[in-house]
Design a protein around this ligand. Structure first.
Ligand code: 5RP
Length: 223
């Protein structure tokens, strides 16, 4: 199976958790795209769903598919959110934000009763950190935070889009850092979020309820 086939298989398994009249959080990325298309089919088949998107790109795709979209402040809690990940480990800890949507994705996850992560098998790791951790930073403080992260040995790289610095949906920048040598992820999260100007990190340490991995022979559901 290709990675994309695994992503689609995981996505199709995940939408089975969606029931009529639910509020559904829609993730971002190539795996989430398969899920959004499947949600579009549920809606076309008559299911009543209200969805909250985690990015402008997801909102656009969902609207094209006829999915009812509302802002987060229009609802109380999200019943189920389905999103991708860049890496996950055996403790259900994740690195997210490869697609730059980590801030809204984390807000959705925090406001959701049941978070499902969908992934191809390459995302399953023993230890987080081969993938660089995205850290979202306000532009005003980016240079100073880059210097701080360098001094901490985290080897930050400013994410670029062509010649310009990459901007998130919230118009912030992203610094991708190397956490491969770090064992205390909770400590790192606390340390980073104390820095004025760091808005959020792509570490999702305790929000995930279920992980569905696409695999030869059928999806693996980890709970
Ligand atoms: C976007 C994300 C994505 O979930 C993550 O990057 C995985 O992407 P893909 O499904 O394309 O592999 O966090 O901010």
């Amino acid at each position: 199976m290709t990675a994309d086939q695994e992503k689609k298989q995981a996505a199709l398994e995940a939408v089975k958790y969606i029931k009529n009249n639910m509020v559904v959080g829609l993730g971002t990325g190539s795996t989430a795209k398969h899920m959004i298309e499947a949600v579009g089919k549920l809606v076309a088949d008559g299911m009543n769903l209200t969805c909250v998107p985690s990015s402008i790109a997801t909102e656009k795709l969902a609207k094209e598919l006829g999915i009812k979209i509302v802002a987060l402040d229009a609802i109380d809690k999200i019943d189920v959110t389905i999103d991708g990940a860049d890496e996950f480990d055996g403790k259900f800890q994740l690195i997210k934000g490869g697609g730059g949507a980590l801030l809204r994705e984390k807000i959705l996850a925090w406001n959701t009763k049941f978070n499902i992560i969908i992934a191809d098998s390459s995302k399953d790791v023993n230890k987080l950190g081969a993938f660089k951790l995205p850290v979202e930073v306000i532009p005003f403080a980016t240079k100073q935070i880059l210097t701080y992260l360098e001094a901490e040995g985290l080897q930050p790289l400013q994410r670029m889009q062509g010649d310009a610095s990459y901007r998130t949906d919230e118009n912030n920048t992203i610094l991708d850092i190397d956490i491969s040598g770090i064992d205390d992820l909770q400590g790192l999260e606390i340390q980073l979020l104390k820095v004025p100007g760091i808005v959020e990190t792509g570490l999702f340490l305790d929000t995930t309820s279920l992980i569905i991995v696409g695999k030869e022979g059928g999806p693996e559901v980890k709970e």
